[in-house]
Design a protein around this ligand. Structure first.
Ligand SMILES: NC(=O)c1ccc[n+]([C@@H]2O[C@H](COP(=O)([O-])OP(=O)(O)OC[C@H]3O[C@@H](n4cnc5c(N)ncnc54)[C@H](OP(=O)(O)O)[C@@H]3O)[C@@H](O)[C@H]2O)c1
Length: 389
C-alpha cells in the first residue's frame, strides 16, 4: 500500500461520516442517557425547545433527535432529502423534515421561528454565514458543530479552546498541505461566521474529536470491536506515552442538547476520555466487553510501523509530524460544563451489535472483512515480521 495514499485515505475518512441502525422507539430508552454524570436522565425538561437541525439524518443528528424528543423538545431537520436516516427511523415520523439545499435554496427556512439551531451539515463557511444571517432574528441560539480539526497542524503539546487556530491556508503550502489544512480552516471560519451573526452570547461551538458509535458511516473504528471479539494475538501499536482521544457520538449529541437547554454559550472541545489514556489502556478496557482469550503484542517502533503502513488504528494515530499532538486536546472546559462519558465497554458492545444488525448491509460487512489493506487482514503478517526482528 502506498504510504502517502494511506495517510491521505485517513484524512479523507475524517471528512466523511455516518448512518444506520433499525432502532425502534422502545429500544431507544435502553440506548441513550446512560452516560455518567448529572442531568443526563431521560426526562422532560421544563422549557420545551423548538430545535432546527441543519442536517440531522446522518451520524450525529439521529442521536441528537432521539435525546431531544425524549426530553420533550420538538425538532425540524433541513436537508436535501438525499440521506435517509437508518437509525431511529420511526422517530423521524415525529420530526418536521424540511427540504432545501445549503448551497442555493434556503426557502424552507424563511419566515420561520425556532428557539435554537444546530448546524451539523456545515461544509463551507459561506453556508454557515448564509444560514446564520437568515436565522439570527428568528432564533435565540446557534450551535455550530465544529471539530478538533481546527487545531491542525497538531504541533503543540496541548490545545485549549483559546489556542490559536488557522483561519487561512498558509500561502506557501504545497497542494498536499493545502488539502490537509482545508477542513480545519473551513471549520474555524464557519465558527467565526456563526459568532459574527449571532454574537458571542448566543453562539455555542462544539469541537468533537473522533466520534465512535452506532451509525458511523466510516469503518474507521470497526477494527477494535471485531478484533477483540475474535481474540488471539493482538497488535497494539505505539509507545507507552502515546495518548488516545475519542468520544461516543451519543455523549456529544446528548451534551449538545443540554448545553442548549442551559443556554451555555461558548466554545468547547468535546473530547474523551475523562482522564489521560494510552492505547494499551484503551484496548485493555475495551477487551473486557468480550470473553475471548487474547494476548497483546506491542509494537512501539515508529519506523517499523511506518514501514508496514500502520499510520493509525483509531483511536491511535501515529503521533509524528503534524499529528504529534492530535490526542492532546484539553477537555477541562467541557467537563466543567457537563460533558459526561458512557463506559467504553458500552460503546464497544453497542458498535459491535449495530455492525451485526440489519442497519449495516452484508455487502458493507463483507467489503470490510475482505479489504486486504485492513489491519484485520494484515495484522498476523506484521506481528510475524516484528517477532522475527
Ligand atoms: N464523525 C466524526 O468523528 C466527527 C468529528 C468531529 C466533527 N464532526 C462533525 O460533525 C458533524 C455532523 O456529522 P454527521 O455525520 O452527523 O453529518 P454530516 O455528514 O456532516 O452531514 C450530513 C447531513 O447534512 C445534510 N446535507 C448534506 N449536504 C447538504 C446540503 N447541500 N444542503 C442541506 N443539507 C445537506 C445531509 O442530508 P442530505 O444528504 O439529505 O442533504 C445529512 O443530513 C459534521 O459537521 C462533522 O464535520 C464529525
Amino acid at each position: 500500500m502506498d504510504k502517502k495514499k494511506s495517510r491521505r485515505e485517513f484524512l479523507e475518512l475524517g471528512l466523511k461520516v455516518g448512518i444506520a441502525l433499525p432502532i425502534t422507539s422502545s429500544m431507544l430508552y435502553s440506548c441513550i442517557s446512560k452516560a455518567e454524570g448529572k442531568n443526563t436522565s431521560q426526562k422532560e425538561t421544563s422549557k420545551k425547545l423548538k430545535i432546527l437541525i441543519l442536517g440531522g439524518t446522518s451520524f450525529l443528528g439521529p442521536h441528537q433527535i432521539a435525546y431531544a424528543l425524549g426530553r420533550g423538545h420538538s425538532v425540524s431537520t433541513f436537508t436535501r432529502g438525499k440521506t435517509a436516516p437508518t437509525i431511529y427511523k420511526d422517530l423521524f415520523k415525529e420530526v418536521e423534515q424540511l427540504v432545501g439545499d445549503r448551497e442555493d435554496n434556503l426557502t424552507a427556512l424563511e419566515n420561520r421561528k425556532w428557539d435554537v439551531v444546530i448546524d451539523n451539515s456545515g461544509r463551507r463557511a459561506e453556508w454557515t454565514k448564509k444560514t446564520a444571517t437568515l436565522l439570527k432574528d428568528n432564533c435565540d441560539l446557534y450551535l455550530y458543530t465544529s471539530s478538533t480539526g481546527v487545531f491542525y497542524p497538531y504541533v503543540n503539546s496541548e490545545f485549549k479552546e483559546t489556542s490559536k487556530v488557522f483561519d487561512a491556508i498558509p500561502e506557501d503550502a504545497t497542494e498536499d498541505q493545502k488539502r490537509d489544512f482545508q477542513y480545519g480552516v473551513m471549520k474555524a471560519n464557519s465558527e467565526n461566521e456563526a459568532i459574527k451573526q449571532f454574537g458571542i452570547d448566543r453562539t455555542i461551538v462544539v469541537r468533537p474529536t473522533y466520534m465512535l458509535g452506532p451509525a458511523d458511516r466510516t469503518d474507521r473504528f470497526m477494527h477494535w470491536p471485531l478484533r477483540l471479539k475474535k481474540g488471539g494475538e493482538i497488535l497494539i501499536p505505539g509507545k507507552e506515552e502515546d495518548t488516545v482521544q475519542y468520544i461516543d457520538v451519543r455523549d456529544v449529541a446528548e451534551w449538545m442538547i443540554r448545553l442548549l437547554e442551559d443556554r451555555s454559550a461558548g466554545t468547547y472541545n468535546a473530547v474523551g476520555p475523562k482522564a489521560t489514556e494510552n492505547i494499551l489502556d484503551f484496548v485493555t478496557e475495551a477487551k473486557k466487553t468480550f470473553d475471548a482469550e487474547s494476548s497483546f503484542v506491542r509494537i512501539d517502533n515508529y519506523d517499523f510501523l511506518k514501514d508496514n503502513n500502520v499510520f493509525y488504528m483509531i483511536p491511535w494515530i501515529l503521533p509524528t509530524d503534524n499529528y504529534a499532538g492530535s490526542a492532546k486536546i484539553n477537555n477541562s472546559m467541557a467537563l466543567a460544563n457537563g460533558l459526561s462519558f458512557r463506559p467504553l465497554k458500552e460503546t464497544i458492545a453497542d458498535v459491535y451489535n449495530w455492525w451485526h444488525s440489519d442497519a449495516v448491509s452484508q455487502e458493507r460487512r463483507d467489503k470490510f472483512a475482505s479489504n486486504p489493506n485492513s489491519m484485520l487482514l494484515r495484522e498476523a503478517a506484521i506481528i510475524k515480521k516484528w517477532k522475527a526482528l
